[in-house]
Write a protein that binds this ligand. Structure first.
Ligand SMILES: O=C(O)CCC(=O)C(=O)O
Ligand SMILES: [Fe+2]
Length: 386
C-alpha cells in the first residue's frame, strides 16, 4: 500500500475490530521479529490465501502492455494516439502496464537503490531513529503486528518534499554530511521526475476518457499525498507461507515502480495471479483506487502482492501520485451514462485511507465507496456533480 500520514483511530465504529490507539506507534513486524517478540510462524498465511506462485515465475513475455513515453510526448500525433489508446485499454483491463523510453537513466535509478540499500543495512537501532508514526514518514518495519497477515518487508517512507527527505537522511547520516547532501539531492531529483511522469500519464488517461486533460491533475494541491517508498524484502526461510506484502490495491491515483532483478511482484488479472518480470528498461505503472473511483469504475485498480524467496533480498522503489486528501471527490458527470450509472459516492482521500488501514489494507477496499444499489438504479447524469 502507499504510505500516508494516516493515523489509525482508537475506536472503529464501523465494525473494524481492534485497532491501535491514535497516540501509539504500533509495533511493526520486522522490529518485533528482530526483538524476538514474534517468530517466522507468526507470518504464516493459511488456506486459500497462501502464496502459490514462486517469485521467479512470470507472465509470458509481452503479455503486459508496454507504453512508449516518448511517443506520448512526441510531435507525431499518430504515434501519440496509438500509445494513448493502448495505455487506456491497459488501464481498463489490467490496471497495470510498463513504460519505456521514460527518459530516466538506469544510473540515476541504481544510485538511489544502492544508497537506500545502505539505509536498510544499518543496525535496527539506527533505523529506528527515524521510525515512522503509524505509516507516516520514516522507517516502517512491515505491518503492525496486530494484523492478521503480517508483512515480511521493511520500508522507508518519504514525503516528496526536499525538507522532509532531508530531515530523515540528515538524522540517519548525521556523521556524513557529504553523503546526506548527495543522497537528498538524488532522491529529490528522482521523485521530481516520477511526479512529472505521473502527471503525464494521468493527463493522457484523462484525455482518453474524453475529459479535459487537467480534470484530475488540477486537484494536485499542496494537500495532495504524493509520496514515495522504498521496500526491502529480506530473504525469507518460508516463502510458501509468507508474503512480502499480501494482496492489496494502492489508494492513490497511480504508482510508478522500479523493481530490482529478483522478481516477486504479482498482479491479479481476471482472477489469476501473474508474476511481473523485472526488466531494467521499464518502470511498472499501476492505477490506484482513487483513479478507479473518480473514473466511475472505467479504469481498474488491480490487486497486487509480493512473493519472497529463500536466498535473495529484494528492493523496490515506488512513487505514489495522489490528489488532494481533504476535498470531497466526485465523478465527472460526463462519465455517468444510462449504461454506466453512478457507481461510487463522493469521498475524501483521507476518509478512504483511514478505512483501508482499519480493514488492514484489503483487496476490495473500493467496495466501501460504492453507492447503495437502489441509489445506483436511480442515478442519472443529472444527479452527479463535479
Ligand atoms: O514491492 C513491490 O513490488 C510492490 C510494493 C507495493 O505494492 C506497495 O508498496 O504498495
Ligand atoms: Fe502496492
Amino acid at each position: 500500500m502507499g504510505s500516508s500520514e494516516l493515523l489509525i483511530h482508537g475506536q472503529d465504529n464501523r465494525g473494524g475490530g481492534e485497532v491501535e490507539k491514535k497516540s501509539e506507534i504500533p509495533l511493526y513486524t520486522m522490529q518485533a521479529l528482530w526483538d524476538g517478540k514474534i517468530s517466522l510462524k507468526d507470518f504464516e498465511v493459511v488456506g486459500m490465501d497462501k502464496p502459490i506462485i514462486p517469485h521467479d515465475v512470470f507472465e509470458p513475455d509481452e503479455a503486459l502492455p508496454v507504453i512508449d513515453v516518448e511517443a506520448l510526448l512526441g510531435a507525431d500525433n499518430e504515434a501519440r494516439l496509438e500509445n494513448m489508446v493502448r495505455m487506456l485499454e491497459a488501464a481498463k483491463t489490467w490496471g497495470f502496464f510498463k513504460i519505456r523510453n521514460h527518459g530516466v537513466s538506469l544510473e540515476v535509478v541504481k544510485k538511489v537503490e544502492a544508497n537506500v540499500k545502505k539505509f536498510f543495512a544499518l543496525p535496527m537501532e539506527k533505523k529506528l531513529l527515524v521510525k515512522a508514526n503509524n505509516f507516516s514518514f520514516g522507517y516502517v518495519g512491515g505491518s503492525p503486528v496486530s494484523w492478521k497477515y503480517k508483512w515480511w518487508l521493511e520500508g522507508l517512507h518519504m514525503k516528496v518534499q526536499d525538507e522532509a527527505i532531508k530531515n530523515i537522511v540528515d538524522l540517519v547520516w548525521s556523521d556524513d554530511e557529504e553523503f546526506s547532501t548527495e543522497f537528498t539531492a538524488d532522491l529529490t531529483n528522482y521523485f521530481a521526475i516520477m511526479r512529472d511522469l505521473s502527471r503525464l500519464i494521468v493527463e493522457c488517461l484523462t484525455e482518453g476518457l474524453g475529459l479535459p486533460r487537467d480534470t484530475y491533475t488540477k486537484l494536485e494541491t499542496p494537500n495532495a499525498i504524493c509520496n514515495a517508498r522504498v521496500n526491502h524484502y529480506p530473504a525469507c526461510p518460508d516463502p510458501s507461507s509468507v508474503f512480502g506484502i499480501p494482496g492489496h490495491t494502492d489508494p492513490q491515483m497511480l504508482s510508478i515502480l522500479y523493481q530490482d532483478d529478483v522478481g516477486g511482484l504479482q498482479v491479479l488479472k481476471d482472477g489469476k495471479w501473474i508474476g511481473i518480470r523485472p526488466d531494467d528498461s521499464t518502470f511498472v505503472v499501476n492505477l490506484g483506487d482513487t483513479f478507479q473511483v473518480i473514473s466511475n469504475g472505467i479504469l481498474h485498480s488491480a490487486a497486487h502482492r509480493v512473493a519472497v524467496n529463500t536466498t535473495r533480498s529484494r528492493y523496490a522503489t515506488i512513487y505514489f501520485y495522489g490528489i488532494d486528501n481533504e476535498i470531497p471527490l466526485f465523478i465527472p458527470p460526463q462519465l455517468v451514462t444510462k449504461e454506466r450509472p453512478l457507481k461510487y459516492r463522493p469521498f475524501t482521500v483521507n476518509e478512504y485511507r483511514e478505512h483501508l488501514v482499519i480493514k488492514q489494507v484489503p483487496m476490495d477496499g473500493v467496495k466501501y465507496l460504492e453507492m447503495e444499489p437502489e441509489i445506483q438504479d436511480a442515478a442519472s447524469p443529472s444527479n452527479s456533480s463535479q
